[in-house]
Design a protein around this ligand. Structure first.
Ligand code: FES
Ligand code: FES
Length: 504
């Protein structure tokens, strides 16, 4: 679809795994994931992409998504639009039908709730309409939260956020990177053929917590595992000979996961060697193998707040000094030890890495001392940038979030980031992790292995945004840490995350 017909709305998030839904098209009006649909199976049938959808139907969905803040980076969005717009021709048009349809998809940014609201609204149901939005203010707020440039207009909703895999010059060679090496072809199809079989798999291996807390009588301990940042757009960049590589950060910050990606350098080297423009792409499996993980930690706290945080730092990882500084801010009484363990590289830039865990541990220590462990306990966190959040998880699972982040700029964007932060924090505490063998090799290579919570797994989240006339500051990281702490408290402070592994 992409190579031969130029339909760049059809995204490749995991091909040929068939698990992320980013490549969803219609075959005779029914949604199908293109990456596992052989061309011979659609001979004589009609294939429709977002480009070919009826104008009125497409506009209705695009506007609903834009109004609800249901698209951030926008990489997952065209596939989701195809899935949900197909419901328009059916009698299943309520929130339950939308959540069921979303089971075939992954979105890392939005936390699902705004997508469900937008879907129901576009299908003619009643869901809250959000206010008019100024695109510049929306981008400003996204940049404060991201932190990276992000457009949230109709083009971004259509998947036209400027992804390198879509913007490479026509005729660029394609260099596909995987464990087997790099294969260069005239287009993606020939590069794939040259590379041979790319096998993503889920191992069924148990998650391992690579670090133990030190021996001793501690008031509280916490161990975490290897967590994939799970941005949906695989690393991609293109370059002309002697040129500057296209940024792999097209429309958002990838939660810090691409800050040090080498894909641009690889595009430049291949372009120089071939004397022609080259689009460099990592397969999903390559992203999982080479992309940085959230550093696993082991925390041990005494009742006075002193203690130890051990941080896993495999060979090839980035310098963790920024993470150590963030941990020291959250928990000045912690002695920080880096421990070399076999494993995939880790990076300090991944969303609130270490700081959120240290913050949650300090909140938990105080709650345990006060005898307030359990659901319904309000958790208030002051973010590193000055934003503040209060999160309460009720016994019935509903979550109330209040956020103070200076001048709001665009409430829809801030709310969308808060919903996404809640989703990621719940995933971190409840379900996320990938198996890494004792030899340090990543065992789980499929996007469904990551443990990302599905739309169906998400409780209702109510966000209240509190305006002020102070400069805009990041609020979603405070929401992320407060939610992690509140979720952990609600579970009774078990010593390991994730506390409940999603069956999906
Ligand atoms: S790219 Fe086809 S399902 Fe992920
Ligand atoms: S908007 Fe869904 S993955 Fe970014």
């Amino acid at each position: 679809m992409r190579d031969r017909f130029g339909c760049t709305s059809v995204k490749d998030g995991c091909a040929p795994q068939g698990q992320c839904g980013c490549c969803t098209v219609w075959v005779d009006g029914k949604p199908r994931v293109a990456c596992v649909t052989a061309a011979r199976r659609v001979a004589g049938r009609s294939v429709t992409t977002l480009e070919g959808m009826d104008d009125e139907l497409r506009s209705r969905f695009v506007e609903a998504f834009r109004d609800a803040g249901a698209s951030q980076c926008g990489f997952c969005t065209p596939g989701i639009l195809m899935r949900l717009a197909a419901l328009d021709a059916t009698s299943k048009r309520d929130a339950e039908a939308v959540r069921t349809g979303l089971l075939a998809h992954l979105c890392r940014c939005t936390g699902w709730q705004s997508i469900v609201e937008a879907g129901v609204r576009a299908l003619g149901g009643r869901a809250p309409a959000r206010s008019e939005r100024d695109p510049l203010l929306a981008s400003w707020r996204a940049q404060v939260e991201g932190p990276a440039f992000q457009s949230s207009g109709p083009a971004a909703v259509m998947g036209e956020g400027g992804f390198a895999s879509d913007t490479a010059p026509p005729g660029a060679l394609v260099a596909l990177h995987d464990a087997a090496g790099v294969a260069i072809g005239a287009d993606l199809c020939s590069a794939r053929r040259a590379l041979g079989k790319v096998q993503g798999r889920r191992s069924g291996e148990p998650l391992r917590h690579p670090l133990d807390p030190p021996e001793g009588a501690w008031a509280l301990t916490l161990q975490t595992t290897w967590v994939e940042p799970a941005y949906l757009e695989p690393d991609a960049s293109w370059c002309v000979p002697g040129g500057t590589p296209a940024s792999p950060l097209a429309n958002g910050g990838a939660f810090g996961g691409k800050r040090r990606s080498s894909v641009g350098t690889e595009a430049r080297a291949a372009a120089d060697e071939r004397g022609a423009p080259v689009l460099a792409l990592w397969t999903r499996e390559e992203v999982v193998r080479r992309g940085p993980k959230r550093p696993p930690v082991a925390v041990a706290l005494r009742s006075d707040g002193s203690g130890v945080m051990r941080i896993a730092r495999p060979v090839g990882s980035a310098d963790l000094a920024p993470m150590r500084a963030a941990v020291a801010e959250a928990a000045p009484g912690l002695v920080i030890e880096e421990v070399a363990v076999p494993g995939p590289p880790v990076a300090p830039e991944l969303r609130a890495a270490g700081w959120a865990e240290a913050t949650a541990a300090m909140v938990a220590r105080r709650a345990r001392a006060a005898g307030t462990v359990g659901p319904g306990v309000p958790v208030e966190v002051l973010g590193r940038a000055g934003g503040r959040a209060r999160v309460v998880i009720a016994a019935d699972g509903a979550i109330d979030v209040a956020v103070w982040a200076g001048e709001v700029l665009d409430e829809t964007t801030l709310r969308s980031y808060c919903l996404g932060a809640v989703h990621q924090a719940l995933g971190l505490v409840w379900s996320e992790g990938i198996a890494v063998g004792h030899d340090g090799r990543v065992q789980d290579l499929t996007v469904r292995s990551f443990g990302i919570l599905a739309a169906r797994d998400m409780p209702e989240v109510r966000v209240s945004v509190h305006p002020s006339d102070r400069l805009p500051v990041n609020g979603s990281d405070a929401v992320f840490a407060a939610t992690a702490a509140a979720a952990w408290l609600a579970e009774g402070l078990p010593a390991r995350w994730p506390t409940r592994r999603s069956p999906r």
